[in-house]
Design a binder for this molecule. Structure first.
Ligand SMILES: [Fe+2]
Ligand SMILES: [Fe+2]
Length: 273
């Protein structure tokens, strides 16, 4: 059985052009277009792309209209679906209006799609008004029901807040109710979890499930010194392969420099990601 490959992007922090915001001048949306072009030019041939949240930095309806156009362009360039989930910088009502072209509402956004036998479940860990992430009880119950039937090639869970603790990051970056989610995933066909939020590559296992956080597409986060954190213009994407034997992750580094976008005290970390 051939592996199924997909591309994992995260934390694109895009803004519509000509809007206000600290990152507008960096043209972060251009980086996403460059990644789509790179995937095509390098014949990566993924079956789909998933972007695990912080789609926008400001999260206005205008931003989501723009992001939708950009995502549609990438989807048609590659000839594959592009799926998204929400992060703490995203806002549900403007997302529903601008991206999904639906009536604005505060309903959480989650779904299940099966692509060539591999099931992708996108969860909504974004919690309005908070930096931390949770999966609400209704969503957990839906997930349990969904996972009660295995998929042919297993399941990948996509969400914004990671399950693994990352050294140098405050503990609140981890999904607040990861134990509850872990209980729902135990004994199911879930083979991998893809997340973001920490803007740094981190791959390990959570209760035996491959758990991946990726570098931010917009910027990578690094400790600058003992007291400061730095956002660096360093862009990569992960190619995740799901094989019968397990999951592998390849990080593809995009051409470019390592300029520092912003440096700020560690105490302000929660406000920036
Ligand atoms: Fe985030
Ligand atoms: Fe982020």
């Amino acid at each position: 059985m051939n592996p199924i490959k997909f591309v994992h992007l995260t934390d694109t922090h895009m803004n519509a052009p000509h809007t206000e915001g600290p990152f507008v001048k960096f043209n972060l949306a251009d980086k996403v277009s460059q990644v789509f072009a790179h995937i095509q030019q390098n014949r990566v041939n993924p079956s789909f792309v998933v972007i695990t949240g912080d789609l926008s930095h400001e999260g206005n309806t205008e931003d989501y209209e723009y992001i939708r156009e950009l995502v549609d362009e990438g989807s048609s360039l590659l000839g594959i679906p592009v799926y998204v989930v929400l992060g703490n910088h995203d806002h549900r009502a403007p997302f529903r209006e601008g991206f999904l072209k639906e009536e604005p509402s505060e309903q959480p956004y989650y779904y299940s799609h099966t692509i060539q036998g591999l099931r992708l479940i996108g969860l909504n860990s974004q919690t309005p008004g908070h930096h931390y992430g949770r999966i609400d009880n209704e969503q957990l119950a839906w997930l349990e029901e969904e996972l009660s039937t295995p998929a042919e090639r297993g399941t990948i869970i996509a969400l914004h807040h990671p399950l693994l603790t990352i050294e140098s990051m405050p503990a609140e970056h981890v999904l607040a109710d990861r134990e509850q989610l872990g209980q729902v995933l135990a004994g199911t066909d879930v083979v991998g979890i893809v997340a973001g939020h920490v803007h740094t590559n981190n791959v390990g296992t959570y209760n035996g499930i491959c758990s991946i956080a990726a570098n931010g597409t917009a910027f990578t986060g690094e400790l600058a010194d003992d007291d400061h954190f730095s956002m660096v213009d360093y862009c990569s994407y992960n190619v995740v392969s799901v094989n019968p034997e397990g999951v592998s992750v390849q990080t593809v580094v995009m051409p470019g420099g390592r300029d520092e976008y912003l440096r700020f005290p560690l105490a302000m970390l929660a406000a920036q990601h």
